[in-house]
Design a protein around this ligand. Structure first.
Ligand code: HEC
Length: 142
């Protein structure tokens, strides 16, 4: 009987700890935010080469909010660089710019074991990442 009580106490402590732990994670602004891409044409698993949502109003709206939740802490609110990361308004909006954008968001920037930018492949969908690029186009400095 006492053994059972001890087990119950341990179980309860476990629950309290895991709930406490979860709230710590939920609080951290470094957690990537899920992006709802409802309304965008699905793109499948293979990456397309050019932004399929360029000029698409729905994508621009989704991209603006996805950017602020996932990229702004380094690249600045509204893409006005906060200083520690490149100013994304200056990225060219041609085929080469698309290629560079995709390679960066998929792989991040990791050199000599230091993560300058985390990889977003597997964290944000292709749809969400192109939507961000569609929004970036609207604030481009060129
Ligand atoms: C933790 C900070 C951080 C976050 C979050 C972050 N980035 Fe970056 N990003 C960087 C840094 C730092 C670089 C420069 C990397 C280097 O030194 O090669 C960079 C580079 C880039 C580049 C290449 C720019 C260029 O001019 O070469 C693109 C494109 C980019 N980021 C897009 C994004 C997008 C889109 C998001 C959100 C989905 C994002 N980044 C989130 C820090 C971040």
């Amino acid at each position: 009987m006492q053994d059972l009580q001890a087990r119950l106490v341990l179980l309860l402590m476990g629950i309290v700890f895991s709930v406490g732990g979860a709230s710590v994670y939920a609080h951290g602004d470094v957690q990537p935010q899920a992006v709802d891409t409802t309304g965008l044409e699905p793109l499948g698993d293979a990456w397309v080469e050019r932004n399929p949502y360029s000029g698409n109003e729905t994508a621009i709206k989704i991209g603006a909010s996805a950017y602020n939740q996932n990229c702004a802490r380094c690249h600045g609110l509204g893409a006005v660089s906060g200083g520690i990361a490149p100013d994304l308004r200056e990225l060219p909006f041609d085929a080469e710019g698309d290629e560079w954008y995709v390679s960066r968001v998929r792989n991040g920037a990791i050199r000599n074991g230091v993560t300058y930018m985390p990889k977003f492949e597997g964290i944000l969908s292709q749809e969400a990442l192109w939507a961000i690029r569609a929004w970036l186009e609207t604030v481009a400095d060129q």
